[in-house]
Design a protein. Structure first.
Length: 591
């Protein structure tokens, strides 16, 4: 795939035309390969950033060579602090880039994160702790480091930034990590370092070492509190000494939203580009519009605070800093472009009259199969065709120029799409599941998990997504599904005769899969039988409406399809939950 970009002059800013989503990961990988393994991708939002991460792994970039740097999840000049998990990811990325500035890595971030200033590299000097198996460290020294860097002491540890000391064991949940870590001491020697599950406490992967970094982007100690007090009063005057924020920080207490005063705790903030000064930057095509909207949002929120702020001396006073103290402005963005090599992505081909440096990658939007039609032999009119058949009929011609990749959003959707299409493929073809698409050969038909919306074609490769085939996703995105161990995710987890609970219809019995034809298109449905023999055909893409009945199933009275008994039971339970919630609120208020 990199041969597509072999004539790309990556040292000169420019535009990469004809680069659909998915193919852009190969361009980014090539860009990094030309610059000692380093590159930056600025996405329009967090979702686009995570899709790029998946695409990069498919393009052969090792997961440990990919860093993500998300933006705060709160609005400008908000009264709430950013999410601790996001803060941990940000600090982990900054600390790693400071510690090993020349290491090969691709930094993925968003335009909101790129436009916000961050603590300088000096912030991490003396604020990091490297622990290795066999090394020396006393528990007292560890506790002193943790307390000085805003870790919270509690037992057991549940979330990032917590630690516990129990006998010869220290548990710590490093910010930015998915799991906490258990450090086993023998006096002052580190015997073992292991990840463990915060819920079950079961030990997991052994580690050779661990690097710990600050929990927050600011510290509350004597020096930083003194700096904050002086700058705050200098900006807002002596009357500001009565502000709740000022009083809390003066007393060494955290205050919600104090991160929005970040510049007052540091000698000076720096742009994120300061950490990646020599790496080229690739820009998502939607970033320019999003950047303009972000500048307007920052200014609007600042003006709202200034013009319609809270009354002087009230408990709710909130004074805004000048936007330039915490955010880049348009002039900063333009000046940065003079010293950072930036490449703008364009999804479409270069039009006549469009000049400038860059390259035409040649990618284009793929075919759409769910709108395919066939001519009826009876009426002579066009009728909807089965999209699975349409794809199967197109594959033999497509593989002549290169491999064909079927891309789905989940493992279950991938398996089902493979089954539906494979039924109609010629016998000489098979669909092979793969984890990467860098070493494919012409004639191959493969499938993988790749959450891009639209397929594309480029010299030597065709990608077809489940949206191209079925018009929407076979299975709903993980983030929108209800959670719980009894929630059903795959049809394969059910056996004929199992009892299930439909969110709207209550308890029924699963009797297998049946194919239903609607409008000339086949749909796989779960057959559910209710009291009196009533049947409900539930499309497989809606399986998340079902849960198992009980932990192990069992005997139960089936509900009447369309009856009122199930809705009455739901209403009673909701009422009881509301009563319990009200009691808990009263108890909490009394405390």
């Amino acid at each position: 795939m990199h041969s597509i970009f072999q004539n790309w002059t990556t040292t000169t800013p420019g535009t990469v035309w004809g680069l659909p989503e998915g193919l852009d990961a190969f361009a980014l990988s090539h860009l990094a390969a030309q610059h000692d393994g380093q590159a930056v991708f600025v996405a329009v939002d967090d979702a686009a950033m995570m899709r790029m991460k998946t695409s990069l792994t498919l393009a052969g970039v090792a997961d440990d060579h990919i860093l993500t740097f998300p933006a705060w999840d709160c609005l400008p000049y908000d009264r709430v602090s950013p999410n601790g998990v996001l803060t941990g990811q940000r600090l982990k990325a900054l600390a790693e880039m400071r510690a090993t500035p020349d290491a090969p890595r691709v930094l993925l971030t968003t335009i909101n994160a790129w436009l916000q200033r961050v603590p300088p590299p000096s912030y991490f000097a003396g604020a990091s702790l490297n622990i290795t198996v066999g090394g020396r460290l006393s528990q007292k020294e560890f506790a002193a480091f943790a307390s000085a860097n805003a870790y919270r002491r509690c037992d057991p540890v549940r979330v990032g930034g917590e630690f516990a000391v129990r006998g010869g064991i220290v548990d710590v949940f490093p910010p930015g990590h998915h799991d906490p870590v258990r450090i086993d001491f023998f006096d002052t020697e580190i015997e073992t370092i292991k990840r463990f599950d915060a819920e079950t406490q079961r030990s997991g992967e052994k580690l050779d070492g661990l690097s710990l970094h600050p929990v927050s982007e600011l510290m509350l100690n004597d020096d930083t509190i003194t700096a904050f007090r002086g700058k705050y009063l200098e900006l807002f005057g002596g009357a500001a000494s009565k502000d709740p924020l000022y009083v809390s920080i003066s007393e060494g207490r955290h205050h919600p939203g104090m991160e929005h005063m970040l510049p007052l705790f540091h000698d000076g903030l720096v742009p994120l580009s300061h950490y990646v000064a020599t790496a080229p930057v690739m820009i998502d095509p939607d970033v320019p519009a999003a950047m303009t909207a972000r500048f307007e949002q920052i200014r609007d929120f600042y003006d709202a605070r200034c013009d319609h702020g809270d009354d002087e001396g009230s408990d709710s006073i909130w004074r805004p800093l000048d936007p330039n103290a915490l955010y880049l402005n348009d002039a900063d963005w333009q000046a940065e472009g003079e010293r950072v090599v930036r490449h703008q992505i364009a999804r479409f081909h270069r039009q006549d009259g469009e000049g400038g440096e860059g390259i035409v990658a040649g990618g284009k939007r793929g075919a759409i199969y769910h709108t395919a039609t066939t001519e009826s032999k009876i009426t002579g009119e066009d009728t909807p065709a089965s999209p699975s058949v349409a794809v199967a009929e197109a594959i033999p011609a497509l593989v002549k120029s290169g491999p064909v990749v079927l891309a789905a959003t989940t493992e279950g959707a991938r398996t089902r799409m493979d089954e539906l299409i494979a039924e109609h493929l010629p016998a000489r073809f098979g669909i092979t599941p793969v984890q990467g698409i860098t070493d494919l050969k012409p004639g191959q038909v493969v499938s993988t998990i790749w959450p891009i919306e639209d397929g594309f074609s480029v010299a030597g490769l065709t990608v077809i997504t489940e949206k191209d085939v079925y018009g929407n996703r076979i299975s709903r995105p993980q983030g929108k599904r209800r959670k719980g161990e009894n929630f059903l995710r795959e049809v394969s987890s059910l056996s004929t005769g199992d009892l299930v609970v439909h969110v709207d219809h209550g308890i029924g019995r699963y009797e297998g899969l049946e194919k239903i034809s609607t409008g000339g298109v086949d749909h796989d449905c779960l057959l559910l039988v209710y009291s009196g023999g009533d049947k409900l055909f539930l499309p497989v893409e809606n399986i998340d409406l079902l849960t198992r009945y009980g932990k192990e199933g069992g005997d139960a009275q089936l509900d009447k399809l369309g009856g009122a008994a199930w809705q009455a039971r739901k209403a009673r339970i909701k009422g009881r939950v509301k009563d319990i919630a009200e009691q808990l609120i009263k108890i909490a208020a009394a405390r």
